[in-house]
Design a protein around this ligand. Sequence first.
Ligand code: ADP
Ligand code: GN1
Ligand code: MG
Length: 357
Amino acid sequence: MDEKVLSQFPIALPLRDVKALTNGIINTTDLITDSNGERYIFQRINTNIFSNTEGMMKNIDIVTTHIREKAAKAGKDPERATLHFLPSSNGTLLYKNENGAYRVSKFIANTISFEGKATPKSLEMAGLSFGSFIRDLSDLDASLLTETLPNFHNTPMRIEHFMQTVKADPVNRVSSAKEDVDYLVSLIEEASKLSKIKLPLRVTHNDTKTSNVLVDKDTLEPLAVIDLDTVMPGLLCHDFADSIRYSANYVAEDEKEYSGAGLDLEMYKAYAKGFIPAVSSIITDEEIDTLVQGVITIVYEQAIRFLDDYLSGDVYYHTQYPEHNLIRTRTQIGLLKDMIKKRSEMEEIARDPKLYK
Ligand code: ADP
Ligand code: GN1
Ligand code: MG
């Protein structure tokens, strides 16, 4: 841990404890305890991916301020409702040096985030959290936010990039993923449908893993949505989709026994039960009509993102072994195939009138 970096933040050094939190695959995150026993989250941002760190922190500042104000008006504790970053010695919420960009946020105590295998209850609570997040930000003008990761969920552009990688085959891996490539190429038309539909641009989270919500440790009541780096203008269906992609799969995203991948409808239903009622006051008919298409599109998009990275030589996602991204691709393909089969059940659940009361 770099003391020089830490000393740029208003925390008491030396640190008493450092614990690495390793579930994210982009940034590096540590839970630190300072010499007064105060706990903070210390993060080194992956600036290869988040190159516009100023825009990113500005988006986070706008969004957290909005949430804090709303929470205070609703009589909730604003400090537990969202992230709170500490200013560094330069007066901004970041400290940068030649090795990267760093930030520190207050640790929100007595909370848990859902990691590992989801349960219907954890998914319902995650759905409620992410749905409430979109609803609470629906009166914030999305154009105030910078598109810090341009075209992040632009599926046609992702497809184009993927096809270029397949063609160039820079590290000679295409032959080891031929079936995967062929299958994903065969679905291009299906995966492009959503991009042709006009939908409202909202303030969305764009990385709705269940590990990105904090709930009360005892009651599991939703408190804060965290990991706000990808907050940008986006589509409601993408936020609905990514949690399901991540947590309603029978297997984990990097399960080597990927043949077990598929959609657990009970988990899907649990997420819908939390998410849809939370957005029912703002959701449009077009958005209801695209919830399931959004899920299928996001799973497809993630499959080509992982495969593109595998075929490029693992330049984007952290990997632990050479086939890691290929395994990740296959868990997504297994899920995708099963979702296509279960599409009508998924639609029926997403349109259940009881969720819209
Ligand atoms: P990553 O980009 O590595 O996913 P996150 O911001 O999601 O980073 O943080 C990783 C984990 O750290 C979260 O899943 C959560 O368990 C914990 N965490 C992050 N910020 C806080 C916070 N302010 N208070 C309590 N726990 C936190
Ligand atoms: C990345 O940071 P993390 O692990 O929550 C990625 C997401 C992917 C996810 C797949 C900025 O999220 O888009 O869905 O991995 N974030 C970025 O696990 O690319
Ligand atoms: Mg995270």
